[in-house]
Design a protein around this ligand. Sequence first.
Ligand SMILES: [Zn+2]
Length: 406
Amino acid sequence: MQNGWRVGSIFNIPLYIDPTWFLIVGWITLRDGMEFQRAWGAPIAYSAGLAMALLLFASVLLHELGHSLVAKSQGINVNSITLFLFGGVATIESESKTPGKMFQVAIAGPLVSLSLALIAGAIVFFAPITNPVLGVLLLRIATLNLVLTIFNLVPGLPLDGGQVLKAAMWKRTGSYIKGTLIAARSGRFLGYGIAALGLADIFGISQQFGIPTIGGLWAVLIGSFMVRNADRYTQVANLQQILLDLKAQDVMSRDFRVLDGNWNLREFADHAIVALDEPSAYFAAHDGRYRGRVDLNQVQQIERSQWETQTLSAIARPLSNIPSVTETTALAQVINQLEQQSDRAITVLSPAGAVAGMIDRSDIIRVVAGKLGFSLSDEALQQIKSSGQYPPGLQLASIAQAAQEM
Ligand SMILES: [Zn+2]
């Protein structure tokens, strides 16, 4: 999440404020101002309300910094911290490499909030505070941080408690993906539960049955936010499983042509220029053996005077020198290797060292989309093939990287 305005940076982490955050600031300023007004008069009351809103801002920011600094200590980049309607979110570039480290990042935020609650509470109870406004603010900020701690520890994704559950289930099952799926299912269930409590509150059922109320509309909003995000975790985890299960041979196409290695470069150029559908790659072979890969760009850099005398076999780049994977390489790794090379397609080699196929991004999208139950038009696939780009918004490369690393 990186919407909103950049308002500065802290520990080299860019800080953003989403417009929805101002709804919270306005709401707290008004709510607390109105409440304090009778005791203190409007100017002090609304100033105190605004101070309360800014203290909430600081509390949420420190909570997110807790996550961020622990992540940084593990060598993980933190792209941004954004404050928005439901609090804050630190956009951490990748996940921790072990369940233990993941637990540390997850628990750091709630620990900061709990510490703030204890510190503010201790000041209220043990320091001689004579100013009533200050006393009320401190007590409120203590309560608020305690609520932040407890709410964030609800054990379902996307909350911190969900990350803790994910780390625990990862450790227990030995599978990062299983851990994610369990914690996401829990987040979905709890999100629906919170939304249902909110609805019960709105329709007055809570009072009837003596169920504790947690602020009707607010609970519905937070509950549905949780469900949406939990489902996103589920989708990504399912996609990661697909990328690990599929192998290069499930995705590759026969989009290559094998030419006689005895051809000279002129013959090749003539052939390649008039070819109606240009394949992803040309290979040269003779005497039943692959001599390597040839491409037109490479030939065009050779002096024309040599075109009649040089053969394809002589200039071919040996298969051992070109980017390649084997038929059984997991698709996640294929995707990562494609990201690291400039060619749009990667060669798939058989165990015998022969060319088995080629994979480009359109091959990957076609098969992955099929696994997910939808299909793309030929034009869309052609567009992906010729641009060498995945459809915008689909972060396949980073999802594949996470899948391979875990
Ligand atoms: Zn947190």
